[in-house]
Design a protein around this ligand. Structure first.
Ligand SMILES: *[C@@H]1O[C@H](CO)[C@@H](O)[C@H](O)[C@H]1NC(C)=O
Ligand SMILES: *[C@@H]1O[C@H](CO)[C@@H](O)[C@H](O)[C@H]1NC(C)=O
Length: 288
């Protein structure tokens, strides 16, 4: 953890699109993660209103920790503030604010509690955390900053999803290096987000049950020929012989995400309790 950092809050309102849902987008890997501009652009094209609120530097592994803010004394990693201003200046409204919270959890709270009322005039419809660089699988998710960031809105009654991708195919880059493998992966994973979110929002009624979040992990892009060939599989965080899960594919035992993700061009989806960061019961899985 760096001793001097701050949160860069970046608020962008796209022109209202067909869907117009209000999204807070965050990433505990900070501003240099290539996914941030890639996802912002794709969500905007898909018609969402987006607020980005993320730590100015990588805050991986900070779980659900929060911290007393300190003042930023450098121009962030890779001068990403300038980069983002360039990339995103096509937005209809652009607000760059330097403020004081520090860890990834502080960043998402700032997005939900301060920026959303200011720019949306209401709370967001949902929160997207990630794509995290590196998968977050099984009981180990309790230490993940990306998962911690998704848990917070769920606890506040705002639906959330955390996306993580196999490391090696995701990295820190600028999207201007269009053929870099990290750029290709960022774009690949971004289309997974759009596909997943569109499917989720296709239902009438509540987007997700309260108090839960979705842990989505994607196999390496090397396992897949195209983003559209990914299969989403409902899984558990941890394997259990005794638990009774929702019945899918003729069984009431869901497979563990860490097992399924090794089987090919797969993205696993586990429903977890935002408070305990553990698997939920069959009734809640059923709703999802
Ligand atoms: C939305 O639902 C309709 C009707 O069930 C279905 O035909 C369509 O493929 C769904 N779209 C997505 C993006 O899932
Ligand atoms: C999450 O866990 C807490 C603590 O065990 C429990 O009170 C709550 O009902 C659970 N929520 C869901 C949706 O399973």
């Amino acid at each position: 953890m760096r001793s001097f950092s701050t949160l860069l809050a970046f608020s962008l309102l796209a022109t209202s699109g067909v869907l117009g849902q209000k999204v807070v987008l965050t990433n505990d890997d900070g501003w240099t993660a290539a996914q941030i501009p890639a996802e912002y652009a794709a969500l905007k094209v898909a018609g969402f209103d987006v607020i980005l609120s993320a730590p100015a530097v990588d805050k991986s592994g900070t779980g659900s920790s929060t911290a007393t803010p300190t003042v930023l004394t450098s121009a962030c990693e890779c001068s990403t503030v300038a980069l983002l201003v360039r990339l995103l200046s096509g937005a209809t409204r652009l607000t760059v604010g330097l403020t004081t919270p520090m860890l990834s959890l502080d960043a998402v709270r700032f997005g939900i509690q301060t920026l959303a009322p200011k720019f949306f005039g209401t709370k967001p419809d949902f929160v997207i955390s990630g794509f995290n660089i590196g998968n977050n699988l099984g009981s180990g998710i309790t230490g993940s900053g990306a998962v911690g960031v998704a848990s917070e809105p769920a606890k506040e009654g705002i639906p959330s999803i955390v996306f993580s991708g196999a490391s090696g195919s995701l990295s820190y880059t600028t999207l201007s290096q269009t053929t870099a493998s990290s750029t290709v992966s960022a774009n690949f994973y971004t289309s997974l987000i759009i596909k997943f979110v569109n499917a989720l929002l296709n239902n009438t009624g509540a987007i997700l049950p309260t108090g839960i979040s979705l842990n989505v992990n994607s196999a390496s892009t090397l396992s897949c020929t195209s983003a559209s060939s990914y299969k989403f599989v409902l899984t558990r965080l941890t394997s259990s012989n005794s638990a009774t899960d929702v019945t899918t594919c003729g069984t009431n035992h869901l497979p563990a995400e860490s097992t399924v993700i090794k089987t090919g061009c797969i993205a696993t989806v586990s429903v977890f309790n935002a408070t305990t960061k553990a698997d939920v019961g069959a009734a809640t899985q059923q709703v999802v």
